[in-house]
Design a protein around this ligand. Structure first.
Ligand SMILES: N/C(=N\O)NCCC[NH3+]
Ligand SMILES: [Mn+2]
Ligand SMILES: [Mn+2]
Ligand SMILES: [Mn+2]
Length: 301
């Protein structure tokens, strides 16, 4: 089985410097060899070099920031991830900010149109051009993927290929008012940290999969934003929110998804190695690597 590592040094979906250095830190922490150790054939054709679009050539569209750059990068990521998936490989995308998921999930759905998405995050990332306050597109990818909100011509390539009953969230605890309304109006299933406390992570993952993959026969795209984890576990990330998943809860999700045998694609997003102190950076990078290993079968006996 081949895992194709797609390094995406990209930060255009949000304002903080450094998240584009996530991929190089994850790879330099030994991720390739770690996955080979697990028996994977690892394909790593280097970190993708994205063509820059200068700020002068990419003024905001409404509130959206760096719209042309984010769109172009995500479109190219969609082609790369889709290509690997169509090759029968498992794309592992290393971010970079979470706007990239517009590309990764578009790519997965091209190769696996019936795939479901398990979105692990403190945030819903489902703002539309109307509801966004910040205009940071890493808070919006899901709205484009399900095809809601006013059309933005620069993003015309994003097909509304994700059905609202094929995505489920785990870890939510910082949702904008507009996003809450969107989740409700679209009947999108979301397990917040409240549910994790109430039912325990085992039951939550079971309920989440029962919702999006009731017969356990659909490919799964796992999109993991490391800020889903408690900041004490993954401090070096752009939008930390207290009261997150424990180290084990985060890894349990990855292990349980692997155990289904249905994992088709994986994203490890929002590792920003320039925010915490040395120890915090090393800790966050290490947890990114261990989440990937857990999702790819490490702890299965
Ligand atoms: N890390 C973020 N999303 O996962 N930030 C954007 C969310 C703010 N509503
Ligand atoms: Mn590639
Ligand atoms: Mn996110
Ligand atoms: Mn987040």
């Amino acid at each position: 089985k081949t895992v194709a590592i797609v390094g995406c040094p990209f930060r255009g979906g949000q304002p903080k410097l450094g998240v584009d250095k996530g991929p190089i830190h994850l790879v330099e922490a030994g991720l390739v060899d770690q996955l080979k150790e697990l028996g994977w054939n690892v394909k790593f054709d280097g970190h993708h070099q994205f063509e820059e679009i200068s700020a002068a050539d990419d003024p905001p569209i409404g509130k959206l920031k760096n719209p042309r750059l984010v769109s172009k990068v995500c479109e190219s990521v969609a082609k790369v991830v889709g290509g690997h998936a169509e090759n029968g490989e498992l794309p592992l995308t290393l971010g970079g900010d979470h706007s990239l998921a517009m590309g990764t999930i578009s790519g997965t759905l091209k190769a696996h149109p019936d795939a479901c998405v398990v979105w692990i995050d403190a945030h819903a990332d489902i703002n539309t051009a109307e509801t966004t306050d910040s205009g940071n597109i890493h808070g919006m990818p899901v709205s484009f993927l399900i095809g809601i909100g006013e059309k933005v011509s620069e993003f015309a390539w994003v097909k509304p290929a994700l059905k609202t009953n094929r995505i489920v969230y785990i870890g939510l605890r910082d949702i904008d008012a507009g996003e809450k309304r969107i989740l409700r109006e679209n009947n999108i299933k979301a397990f917040s940290m409240h549910h994790v406390d109430k039912y325990g992570i085992g039951k939550v993952v079971e309920m989440a999969l029962d919702h999006v993959n009731p017969n356990r026969d659909l490919p799964i795209h796992l999109s993991f934003d490391v800020d889903a984890l408690d900041p004490s576990v993954a401090p070096s990330t752009g939008t930390p929110v207290r009261g997150g998943l424990s180290f084990r809860e985060g890894h349990y999700i990855c292990e349980a998804i692997w155990e289904t045998g249905l994992l088709a694609a994986l994203d490890i997003m929002e590792v920003n190695p320039s925010l915490a102190d040395g120890e915090g950076v090393a800790q966050t990078v290490a947890v990114g690597c261990s989440l990937a290993r857990s999702a790819l079968g490490e702890t299965l006996l």
